[in-house]
Ligand binder design. Structure first.
Ligand SMILES: Cc1cc2nc3c(=O)[nH]c(=O)nc-3n(C[C@H](O)[C@H](O)[C@H](O)COP(=O)(O)O)c2cc1C
Length: 384
């Protein structure tokens, strides 16, 4: 088996293992995928200026974020349906993150419930991601469950008012509800390792994988009809909803998907503890700016008043360092841990996280930054 050395190696292994519909759901962007290209170009255009002769034996990635100590300024981003990538995939991601010493965020749309993840990963630093449902009472109950499981940071995703236009999902017949087409049936049949290693294990155990948190009455087995109205995405969300969440959620509150300075300021006003400067991995709207262009102005406006996190497009440890040098305090990884999970289960997810840490460590040595705060002093030059 060839050694997996970088993100591309893991991605390629994931491509071989997963049915095409699922691989593309994870890998691709939206519409013409300009946002994906822009993300890559924006990170490649950034250069970091080293300080030489800083004289340190080793680097230390230790970070305090939102009042918590963690091993590195990283977290595993919430990703819907991670449980389709490996059997009990969300728990495997949680264990991998826990072993590395960083938080993992469980999605509202996970396959495995937060209770099951907590049982399988008792020591994990768990966050919870919320898609506010139209039915606010059901939303409130979901939050009680997340809080009872010890999730101490709620990431409310505000950049997804409707379902994005992902034409490849349509072509592949991938979606909720899953619409089997000859093409998707052949696709699945061509990936027997996934069928036996993942799907069949659900079928003989808990049944057809579903969105695990969706209330029993509204639960959508992937093959069943429509997602009930009560748990649809909510396009009418407003800052009043964020105030409501601030009142009912006892832990830290982080708003995910902020790009405008004015919105970052509103997040401060409603008492949020953090924001994630994010374009949802280039998966939602194809004409968004890139986080690298938005972070500096947001940092100038709200630094010190809430935690500024960032994500989207990270494929190397140096990409993480670039977001940190621009002023982000921590960075979320979306696709990378999923590729690790596909390539090698729990051990694969852990290996990918350790690979990113190694890449960060090596680059920090070159930059003369031996601790995370020193990275914020690294000068960023952008070539255009
Ligand atoms: C397969 C997949 C599913 C995702 N599901 C969610 C989700 O349920 N909620 C959410 O807030 N973000 C979701 N995201 C976005 C990630 O949280 C994150 O913002 C993004 O993946 C970061 O970009 P990267 O994949 O380039 O690291 C998803 C991303 C992927 C790749």
């Amino acid at each position: 088996m060839p050694i997996l050395l970088n993100a591309s190696d893991y991605r390629e292994r994931a491509r071989q293992f997963l049915p095409r519909g699922l691989f593309e759901y994870i890998d691709r962007g939206t519409e013409d995928e300009a946002a994906l290209r822009r993300l890559r170009a924006s990170l490649d255009a950034i250069t970091l200026l080293p300080a030489v002769l800083t004289g340190h034996e080793s680097r230390d990635l230790d970070t305090t974020l939102l009042g918590r100590q963690m091993a590195a300024p990283l977290a595993v981003a919430p990703t819907a349906l991670a449980g389709l990538v490996a059997h009990d995939g969300e728990t495997k991601l949680a264990r991998a993150a826990s072993r590395v010493g960083i938080p993992v965020c469980i999605s509202t749309q996970s396959v495995t419930t937060v209770e099951t993840v907590r049982r399988g990963a008792p020591d994990a630093l768990l966050w919870f991601q919320l898609y506010v449902w139209r039915d606010r009472a059901l939303t409130g109950r979901l939050l009680e469950r997340a809080s009872a499981c010890g999730c101490d940071n709620l990431l409310v995703t505000v950049d997804t008012p409707v379902s994005p236009n992902r034409e490849y999902n349509e072509r592949n017949g991938f979606g909720i509800p899953f619409k089997p087409r000859p093409r998707s049936v052949v696709d699945v049949a061509l990936h027997p390792r996934w069928v036996f290693g993942v799907l069949a294990r659900y079928l003989v155990g808990e049944g057809m994988p579903t969105y695990g948190h969706y209330p029993e009455a509204f639960r959508t087995a992937i093959t069943r009809a429509d997602i009930a109205e009560a748990v649809r995405l909510e396009p009418r969300l407003s800052w009043d909803d964020m105030r409501w969440l601030r009142e009912i959620w006892p832990g830290k509150l982080t708003i995910k998907g902020v790009l405008a300075v004015e919105d970052a300021e509103k997040a401060v006003e409603i008492g949020a503890d953090g924001i994630v400067v994010s374009v949802h991995g280039g998966r939602n709207l194809d004409c968004l700016p890139v986080p690298a262009d938005c972070i500096p102005a947001i940092v100038d406006a709200v630094k010190g008043r809430l935690a500024i996190l960032a994500d989207s497009g990270v494929r190397r440890g140096t990409d993480v360092l670039k977001y940190l040098a621009l002023g982000a305090e921590a960075v979320l990884l979306g696709r990378l841990p999923l590729w690790g999970l596909a390539a090698g289960g729990e051990a694969g997810a852990e290996a990918v996280l350790r690979m990113v840490l190694r890449e960060m460590d090596t680059a920090m040595a070159f930059l003369g930054a031996h601790r995370v705060p020193a990275l914020r002093e690294v000068r960023v030059n952008e070539r255009n």
